[in-house]
Design a protein around this ligand. Structure first.
Ligand SMILES: Nc1ncnc2c1ncn2[C@@H]1O[C@H](COP(=O)(O)OP(=O)(O)OP(=O)(O)O)[C@@H](O)[C@H]1O
Ligand SMILES: O=P(O)(O)OC[C@H]1O[C@](O)(CO)[C@@H](O)[C@@H]1O
Ligand SMILES: [Mg+2]
Length: 328
């Protein structure tokens, strides 16, 4: 028999499509199992400000198709301090909350793990909610599929105009520390080259590849630059390449925050529902400091420590090689 009686749920870090279906699943699974549920507004900031409200089954009606997060989110500096964590803990205790579900990325999990080690009497479970797909223990994070599809839609449009004008485009996509969107979107759109934060590409190699494309009578070329690439952003890379590929008219597009918005894809709605459900069942079974993730087609629980290990295995070397071959 579970000791948990009241759980709080929050979304933290960058918003990601699929967070709302996940909140819905957490709330309804908990209520079905006779738990009380509290929604925390603005991530960890809401814990510190005691900005929380009681949720009912109707609090999450008709939100499956909404992007963003009905609970709002934030990047909260005070939660990184011991004092901030203590205030958050006291606010949770005052409300009789004995478990916390956090939906967010690696930063959110780092905070959750620290908090849980300091205050183990509050059980903590995580759902990987970030467009970055930079967590271990899950093949996909919530929002990655929708964001990648959003990028693909934009890239297809850019290819039209690039082709019409015989231009070389440098497109910057999100991923401060993660090249997952860049790689998947690049394969989907036939990018000529992809620059990732996890793997340094020599500018000389990039130029050589673009010149080979020119030689092979390519009319347009697209280079995807993940924002965390070591050479800087797309503007910096374009500047370095420009002098060397004189025949191309060079343009730069930064896709920016449009990548985080929009209605979640079917994949993200289903993933959010499954992972939110699994977190509550985990809490009922006495689990804590774990993340619910998808491996193959199975939902699995992984320790938060393991979830935070390096994600580079998601950028398979053979895929990078394939990009080179398929773009000749
Ligand atoms: N070391 C830490 N200790 C305590 N809290 C932390 C720590 N790192 C991050 N956090 C908390 O988690 C929040 C979210 O982290 P971050 O801004 O890195 O986003 P994220 O969860 O990684 O999501 P995304 O990368 O998708 O935007 C931070 O604003 C902060 O409140
Ligand atoms: O502008 P913000 O909200 O700080 O978010 C930017 C960061 O968030 C992410 O999009 C993840 O949500 C990163 O890829 C990016 O670097
Ligand atoms: Mg992150």
């Amino acid at each position: 028999m579970s000791k948990i009686k009241k759980i709080a749920v929050l979304t933290s870090g960058g918003d990601a499509p699929g967070m709302n279906p996940c909140i819905r699943a957490v709330v309804r699974t908990a209520i079905y199992h006779k738990l009380d549920v509290v929604g925390v507004r603005q991530g960890y900031q809401g814990l510190i400000d005691d900005n929380m409200y009681d949720m009912t089954t109707r609090s999450v009606s008709n939100i499956l198709d909404l992007g963003g997060t009905i609970l709002k989110t934030a990047r909260c500096l005070p939660f990184r301090t011991e004092e901030g964590m203590e205030i958050a803990y006291q606010n949770l205790k005052a409300r009789g909350i004995d478990a916390l579900v956090v939906i967010g990325g690696d930063g959110t999990f780092t905070g959750a793990l620290r908090f849980s080690k300091k205050y183990p009497d509050i059980a903590v479970m995580g759902v990987p909610g970030t467009i970055d797909n930079d967590l271990c223990g899950t093949d996909y994070t919530l929002g990655f599929d929708t964001a990648t599809n959003t990028v693909i839609e934009a890239l297809d449009k850019i290819r039209d105009t690039a082709d019409a004008h015989d231009r070389l485009f440098f497109i910057e996509v999100m991923g401060r520390d993660s090249g997952c969107i860049a790689l998947r979107a690049g394969i989907s759109c036939g990018a000529e080259a992809i620059l990732l934060p996890e793997k340094e590409t020599a500018i000389s190699e990039l130029i050589e590849g673009l010149k080979a494309g020119e030689h092979n009578k390519k009319s347009s070329s697209i280079v995807i630059v993940a924002e965390g690439d070591k050479h800087g952003g797309a503007y910096d890379v374009a500047q370095m390449v420009k002098q060397e590929v004189k025949n191309y008219d060079v343009k730069v597009t930064i896709l920016g925050h449009l990548q985080r918005g929009g209605s979640p894809s079917a994949f993200d709605r289903i993933l959010g529902s499954r992972l939110g459900y699994a977190c509550v069942i985990g809490l009922l079974n006495g689990d804590t400091q774990k993340m619910a993730g998808l491996k193959g087609n199975s939902v699995m629980l992984t320790s938060l420590e393991e979830a935070l290990m390096v994600h580079e295995y998601k950028l398979e070397e053979d895929l990078m090689q394939m990009v080179e071959i398929l773009s000749i």
